[in-house]
Design a protein. Structure first.
Length: 262
């Protein structure tokens, strides 16, 4: 079953100079139930715009987004966004952050406590259940953000470069945590990243977006068994192929040609 369908999707902005900026252009994409889709491309190619339109934070200029056959007109609890910055509440402890959405929804406190305990175990933070946000490392904060998202049991997780600001060792550990979560829940995940090898390590499909106009240049199915690691030869080989094409896009965005040359 196709969970997300993007039909002839375009997003146009008015630049500060009065010029028209095309964030997305006539984009068509289907994301299957339980798929882990990774999105890569040069800076400014529309990756975050794509995520924001699926989330319902922005409305397309043309075309539409369907989730489970229903047109997206705004944010919804069935789609949860995890940003690069975890955006946790520093006046709440870890458990209180995890159950914040449940509390706002009026869920029974006993159910909140049970779900928080379960999810903190999933993200390996059980012993920090009562810790304050200021006591956590960056990687731990992202694990709390992931647990908070899972507490709401969304159909789709939308992740906007969630590991970009972390050191390599912490990022590798979070890859393993996210892999565990994905295999256990089979959530549909859309993951935006600049790190091509990260995309191949995590994704079941990688799409490469163009430098000009927010279109999809090419799709790469990742048919490697899980679990994978960044150092695996197959991961390195596929990432190198994607990176070669990405490098061409980056160069074209710099010299202004704006056209893809295979």
């Amino acid at each position: 079953m196709a969970v997300v369908q993007l039909n002839n999707l375009s997003k146009v902005y008015l630049g500060q100079s009065g010029t028209t900026v095309h964030g997305l252009t006539d984009l068509n994409l289907t994301i299957a139930d339980g798929e882990f889709l990774c999105v890569v491309g040069p800076s400014g190619c529309g990756k975050t715009t794509l995520l924001n339109v699926i989330a319902g934070f922005e409305q397309p200029s043309a075309g539409d987004v369907l989730v489970n056959g229903v047109r997206v007109v705004g944010p919804s609890s069935n789609r949860f966004v995890i940003f690069q910055e975890p955006a946790l509440f520093p006046w709440l402890n870890v458990t209180q952050n995890v159950v914040f959405g449940l509390r706002m929804a009026g869920v029974d406190p006993a159910v909140q406590a049970e779900k928080a305990a379960f999810l903190l175990n999933v993200v390996h933070l059980s012993r920090f259940a009562n810790a304050w946000v200021t006591e956590l490392s960056g990687g731990m904060k992202q694990r709390v953000a992931l647990a908070r998202a899972l507490a709401m049991d969304p159909d789709i997780l939308l992740m906007d470069e969630p590991f970009a600001a972390l050191d390599a060792q912490t990022r590798d550990m979070l890859h393993e945590v996210l892999e565990e979560v994905y295999q256990a829940t089979k959530k549909t995940i859309v993951f935006v990243t600049h790190n091509v090898r990260e995309a191949v390590r995590l994704g079941s499909r990688v799409i490469l977006m163009s430098s000009n106009g927010g279109t999809i240049l090419r799709e790469f199915p990742i048919d490697l068994p899980r679990n994978r690691y960044l150092e695996d030869l197959e991961v390195v080989t596929i990432a190198s192929q994607i990176r070669d094409q990405l490098r061409r896009e980056v160069l074209m965005s710099v010299d202004g040609r704006g056209a893809y040359v295979p």
